[in-house]
Design a protein around this ligand. Structure first.
Ligand SMILES: Cc1cc2nc3c(=O)[nH]c(=O)nc-3n(C[C@H](O)[C@H](O)[C@H](O)COP(=O)(O)O)c2cc1C
Length: 254
């Protein structure tokens, strides 16, 4: 299950899941689909779910949390993954783990992984790279035997109550080049762009995920370059040092 507006989270999750599942039959659920109704899905103890979401302001995106919160885990095994742009993930992994545990999933391991920053592309550029992919495959090899053993609850970084979910003030706009193709309106995870006039963005529902910017075929959707360079400057120190992918394993029970 993947919430990946601009593809970085999907790249991480795919490498890990392919290595974990091998030849076993698998299917992908796109959590950005507005029509998705996960309450209709039934999971059981024989299922293994890799659930990957990006980090937004140290939390997980609210629509991903809402969609996952309607599931019923049925004691399926799960591996929560948060993917972040080399700044920090704060409470996001704990939040994802809490949701999955509350919904009846049995989380055997958890990952925090890096992908190119989807707003400030100068940070973690081109990650996951070859080294990251090797690491993610190694993590999958470590996790696989754990799927069959009893284990204690995971202990993860983060704290309760979670930090406030703050809206990012960077809201994309369509410029003159917009051809009105409505691709952005159809693919927006929250329906913030009306199909009747895709040059408009509903700022109150936009989550600044940058999907519309990344998929516009003519590059007509952009965010303010002034705000972008200010944000880049503010995060320079926090994002400078390349961070490592992390795997969290629970203690095995006798
Ligand atoms: C609104 C927003 C907020 C973000 N907040 C953070 C953050 O708090 N920490 C961080 O390291 N990266 C942050 N990022 C970067 C994303 O977590 C990262 O690029 C992720 O891979 C994006 O996933 P995607 O490519 O699947 O859309 C943020 C990106 C967006 C769009």
């Amino acid at each position: 299950m993947i919430f990946s507006p601009t593809g970085g989270t999907r790249r991480v999750a795919t490498v890990f899941a392919e290595a974990l599942f091998g030849e076993a039959p698998a299917q992908s659920i796109d959590l950005t689909e507005r029509a998705l109704n996960l309450s209709l899905r039934r999971f059981g103890p024989e299922d293994v779910c890799v659930v990957a979401v990006p980090v937004y302001g140290g939390r997980i995106p609210a629509p991903a949390a809402a969609r996952l919160g309607r599931m019923s885990g049925g004691r399926a095994k799960a591996v929560p993954i948060v993917v972040y742009g080399n700044r920090d993930y704060e409470d996001a992994l704990l939040e994802l783990y809490d949701i999955l545990s509350d919904r009846g999933f049995d989380c055997v391991a958890a990952l925090a992984a890096i992908a190119e920053h989807s707003i400030l592309h100068q940070y973690a550029r081109a990650r996951p790279d070859a080294d990251d992919r090797r690491t993610l495959r190694r993590f999958a090899e470590t996790v696989r035997p754990r799927l069959a053993t009893a284990h204690a609850p995971l202990v993860l970084p983060g704290s309760h109550p979670y930090r406030d979910a703050e809206s990012v003030p960077l809201k994309p706009k369509a410029g003159r080049g917009c051809t009105g193709c409505t691709l952005c309106a159809h693919r927006c995870p929250v329906g913030a762009i009306p199909t009747a006039d895709p040059t408009i963005t509903d700022k109150s529902s936009c989550i600044s995920c940058m999907r519309c910017v990344s998929l516009c075929p003519v590059g007509a959707r952009t965010v303010s370059p002034v705000l972008l360079s200010a944000a880049g400057y503010l995060l320079k120190k926090a994002c400078a040092e390349p961070k490592k992918n992390q795997l969290f394993l629970s203690r095995e029970l006798p």
